[in-house]
Design a protein around this ligand. Structure first.
Ligand SMILES: *Cc1c(COP(=O)(O)O)cnc(C)c1O
Length: 449
């Protein structure tokens, strides 16, 4: 499989080159030259396959011969060594509807959630980061010099990248984060690993961090001395393995005669774009919903045909505060830029912070399920669709553990969220970071020392 740049379809690179580069030199996103079709037998009998086998079958056409079968199977197994449970959401509290088997009873739920937060940093980005780090670690072996992954984070990405790359030989990771602007759990995830992971605490904003990283990538002297690369979410090795979630959902889906509607909390649109790739490969899905917060660029586009990038607006579901979703061009490519065919499978809605808060409370009090703010956006978008399409059943993706957003969720429910084991151990670790000013010269000096 070769990849072309969306800015210039005549360029062709391998999976290895696309992974090392991240972005094409013409600044375009890489896209596979064809979308593989999976055998019907595999799709129909998916519950007979192990998760490792499913993931390997899905990703191997994209990797081609850049990794051996053994190597790819090992990377896949390490990437997904935690759970991805499909959990049913009771339609009503048992108290209000106690009759088993009656419509809307807890035994016939119409909404499910696929929990994607059981990885080491409690958010779905773990899968992409773990897969990419292992591929890159393998590919840089024949570069014979250490590679430095430079990344700016507003919170979630840094933790997933730090954990994914921890201990990967030949790769050093430098993470820039805005001092005092990430949650305490997120900060510990960035600053306590040590070894090949270093954290730079910048006295500034996320935008300062991103500007400094961009400057480093375009600095000829620095790039001459160091092999710099990014672990950006547009990297094909982070984007494509996100297809696994949709196959794992199908594997656990109880009613194979009626494929699910899937609602995906969306910001940069990488996750939902992977879902649409899976569907293009033959995965049964009846409809996709891109659930957005107040950042409504795609909902407006699908309604009016006008794509207007805007400055990002801050919301409670801050991992989706994106004003120009970078993966949307890939979605347009899947559909050959044909809006009617895109709209037949994808719809998109915008959910306000007020609605998000009300939904967290509703799920918690009436359905015994505590979502994080991103999952709540996904759930409400799904509920609206199901209400308008009687008989449909669906899944929303729960993209983060609610404890990651305890500052939003705990005051609402009036109690504390029990910490998962891996977060508890984190609290005993010592933070190690280097404080720098929001000044590129200081970053450069640090990288060259
Ligand atoms: C990154 C993130 C999202 C958005 O995913 P995209 O692929 O950028 O659309 C949603 N929820 C959480 C918790 C995230 O960290």
């Amino acid at each position: 499989m070769l990849y072309y740049s969306l800015n210039n379809p005549s360029t062709r690179v391998t999976f290895k080159e696309a992974t090392i580069r991240g972005q094409a030199p013409d600044k375009g996103l890489y896209f596979p030259e064809r979308i593989p079709t999976l055998p019907k037998e595999f799709i129909d009998k998916i519950d007979r396959y192990s998760r490792e086998e499913i993931a390997w079958r899905v990703i191997s056409p994209y990797v081609g011969d850049t990794l051996t079968e053994d190597e790819l199977r090992r990377i896949v197994a390490e990437t997904i060594n935690f759970d991805f449970p499909l959990v049913s959401i009771p339609s009503h509290t048992p108290a209000t509807n106690p009759l088993p088997g009656s419509p809307n009873s807890p035994l016939t739920p119409d909404a499910y959630t696929l929990e994607l937060f059981h990885g080491p940093t409690l958010a779905f980005k773990d899968v992409g980061a773990r897969f990419m780090s292992r591929c890159l670690g393998h590919f840089v072996r024949d570069i014979h010099r250490p590679v430095t992954v430079l990344v700016a984070t507003s919170g979630d990405t840094g933790g997933a990248v730090a954990s994914g790359f921890y201990g990967v030989e030949g790769v050093n990771v430098v993470i820039l984060y805005p001092s005092g602007k990430v949650s305490s759990v997120q900060e510990l995830q960035l600053t306590t690993l040590g070894n090949n992971i270093s954290a730079l605490e910048v006295d500034g904003t996320f935008d300062d961090c991103q500007r400094m990283v961009k400057e480093a990538f375009s600095d000829p002297l620095l790039n001459d001395r160091l092999f710099l690369t990014s672990a950006n979410s547009i990297n094909v090795a982070r984007w494509l393995p996100q297809q696994f979630y949709y196959f794992f959902a199908w594997q656990q889906w109880p009613d194979k005669q009626h494929p699910p509607v899937i609602s995906v909390p969306s910001g940069n649109f990488g996750n939902i774009c992977a879902g649409l790739m899976a569907w293009s490969s033959g995965l049964p899905v009846s409809h996709f919903i891109a659930a957005c917060n107040a950042n409504d660029i795609v909902p407006v586009y699908l309604r009016t045909g006008e794509y207007q990038a805007k400055a990002a607006r801050p919301t409670l579901s801050n991992a989706m505060d994106v004003g120009n979703p970078s993966n949307f061009v890939r979605i347009l490519e899947i559909f050959d830029k044909q809006l009617p065919s895109l709209k037949s499978i994808l719809s998109s809605v915008s959910i306000s912070d007020e609605e998000t808060v009300a939904t967290i409370l509703d799920l918690y009090t009436h359905h015994q399920y505590l979502p994080d703010p991103h999952g709540a956006v996904g759930y409400l978008a799904l509920q609206r669709y199901l209400a308008a399409h009687p008989g449909a059943k669906g899944i929303f993706l729960e993209t983060a553990h609610p404890v990651k957003f305890y500052d939003v969720v705990e005051p609402l429910i009036g109690s504390t969220i029990p910490l998962p084991e891996n977060v508890k151990t984190l609290l005993n670790h010592q933070k190690h970071s280097t404080r720098i000013a929001p000044d590129y010269a200081q970053l450069k000096e640090y990288l060259l020392s």
